[in-house]
Design a protein around this ligand. Structure first.
Ligand code: SF4
Length: 90
């Protein structure tokens, strides 16, 4: 299977009320390198003008963006119980 096909096998129960990752757009728009865009294995970050757009619905909960964002432009917690990703192959 390709990476995209493997990602497509995962199941996501999205918490529509409480996002587990929240961006600080004022910090993101001043970040020149935007490492999250290249580092997120699920491709959830997209450059949008000076800032980034983001959709937490397909998050793999790997924590890469939390570590790589040296500008401290996001808050990151695990999803509440019963929400989040359910891996089908590991
Ligand atoms: Fe992407 Fe991983 Fe951050 Fe989720 S935790 S948004 S999959 S880098």
């Amino acid at each position: 299977l390709s990476i995209e096909e493997r990602l497509g096998t995962n199941k996501f129960i999205v918490d529509e009320d409480v996002p587990h990752i929240v961006l600080d757009k004022s910090i993101c728009s001043n970040c020149k390198s935007k490492p999250c865009v290249k580092a997120c294995p699920a491709g959830l970050y997209q450059v949008q003008g000076d800032s980034v757009s983001f959709d937490y619905a397909g998050c793999l909960e790997c924590g890469t963006c939390r570590v790589i964002c040296v500008s401290k432009g996001l808050t990151w917690v695990y999803p509440r119980g019963t929400f989040g990703v359910e891996f089908r192959y590991g």
